[in-house]
Design a protein. Structure first.
Length: 279
C-alpha cells in the first residue's frame, strides 16, 4: 500500500482493502492517481528540514529563501496568495508559489492568486559526437510529459531542439484548465525534481530518458515562469538600479571616447587635422 505519485505520504489499507494515503505531517488526503500540488509537496518536504533547523543546522536559512519555505495552502492544494515567514515578513506569490512582489509586513495585502500561464523549461544535454534527431527528441519528451506527468497534450505548445539546448513551452490559462487537469506548475516541479535526481514518485529508480536507445543526459535545467499579470515590484527601486547602470555606462563610454580620440590622433599624425566630431 503505497502512493505511486508521492513519496511524502503515509498509507494504510482500510477494511475493504483500499489504500488510503495522507500527506506527511497532516491529515490531507492525497489522490495517488495524479500529481500532488506543489504547495502540499513543499509543506511535506519542510518536515525534515524543520527538524534540522530546530537542531541548529539551518538556523535562519529557510525564512527568507524564496525557493524553500513552509507555504500556506488552500484546502484545494493551491498556494494562498499571501505567504508569510515566522518573522512576520510577507509577500505575494503566483500559482507556482514564486514570489511576485516585494516583501513587506503582515499589513501586506494580496488581492488574488495570479495564475502562471506560461512555463519555459530550458534544458541542456551533455555534449555528444552526433546530435539527436529533432522529431525523435520531440516525440520522446512529449510522450514523457503525457504519460509520466499526466499532462494533456493541448498544454504543450512547443518543444524546440537546437543541440545541445532543449526548450519545452507549456501554456495553461485559467479558463482552459478543468478540475481534472494537472497544473503546469506541478508538472514543472515534478519534472525538475526528476532531472535533479530527487524524484517525488514513490520509486527507488531515478528518471532515465532515452531517445531511440540513446540516453538523454541532462546537464543543466532552468525553469522560467510567466504570469497572466506582470509582477509588482517597487518602481522606485528599479529606477534607482537603472540610474546606477546608466551612470556607470556613461562613465565607461565617456572614458572610451577620450581614449579612442587620443589613439586615433596619435595614429593620424601624418594628417594635417584630427576631427574630434568624427570620433
Amino acid at each position: 500500500c503505497t502512493c505511486a505519485t508521492n513519496k511524502w505520504t503515509v498509507c494504510a489499507q482500510d477494511a475493504y482493502g483500499n489504500c488510503n494515503c495522507t500527506l506527511v505531517g497532516s491529515n490531507h488526503q492525497v489522490n495517488c492517481s495524479t500529481l500532488t500540488s506543489k504547495c502540499l509537496l513543499l509543506k511535506a518536504e519542510m518536515i525534515p528540514l524543520k527538524h534540522k533547523r530546530f537542531r541548529g543546522h539551518l538556523h535562519g536559512k529557510l525564512l527568507d529563501d524564496d525557493g524553500i519555505y513552509n507555504p500556506a495552502c488552500e484546502d484545494s492544494g493551491l498556494f494562498k496568495a499571501r505567504q508569510c515567514s515566522q518573522t512576520g515578513t510577507c509577500w505575494c506569490v503566483n500559482t507556482a508559489g514564486v514570489r511576485r512582489t516585494e516583501k513587506g509586513d503582515k499589513s501586506l495585502s494580496c488581492s488574488e492568486l495570479v495564475r502562471t500561464s506560461w512555463i519555459y523549461i530550458e534544458l541542456k544535454h551533455k555534449r555528444r559526437s552526433t546530435d539527436f534527431n529533432v522529431p525523435d527528441i520531440v516525440k520522446t519528451l512529449k510522450h514523457l510529459l503525457e504519460s509520466r506527468y499526466k499532462l494533456h497534450p493541448k498544454y504543450i505548445t512547443a518543444i524546440k531542439y537546437d543541440s545541445p539546448r532543449i526548450q519545452i513551452r507549456l501554456k495553461q490559462k485559467d479558463s482552459e484548465k478543468s478540475s481534472y487537469d494537472v497544473d503546469i506548475a506541478d508538472v514543472a516541479y515534478y519534472f525538475g525534481k526528476d532531472i535533479k535526481g530527487d524524484s517525488i514518485f514513490n520509486s527507488n529508480s531515478s528518471l532515465t530518458v532515452s531517445v531511440n536507445g540513446d540516453a538523454l543526459d541532462i546537464e543543466t535545467l532552468q525553469i522560467n515562469y510567466v504570469d497572466e499579470k506582470p509582477p509588482e515590484f517597487y518602481l522606485r527601486r528599479l529606477v534607482g538600479d537603472a540610474t546606477r547602470v546608466v551612470t556607470v555606462t556613461i562613465a565607461v563610454v565617456g572614458s572610451g571616447i577620450i581614449i579612442l580620440i587620443i589613439l586615433v590622433c596619435q595614429r593620424a599624425k601624418k594628417y594635417k587635422k584630427c576631427e574630434t566630431e568624427e570620433m
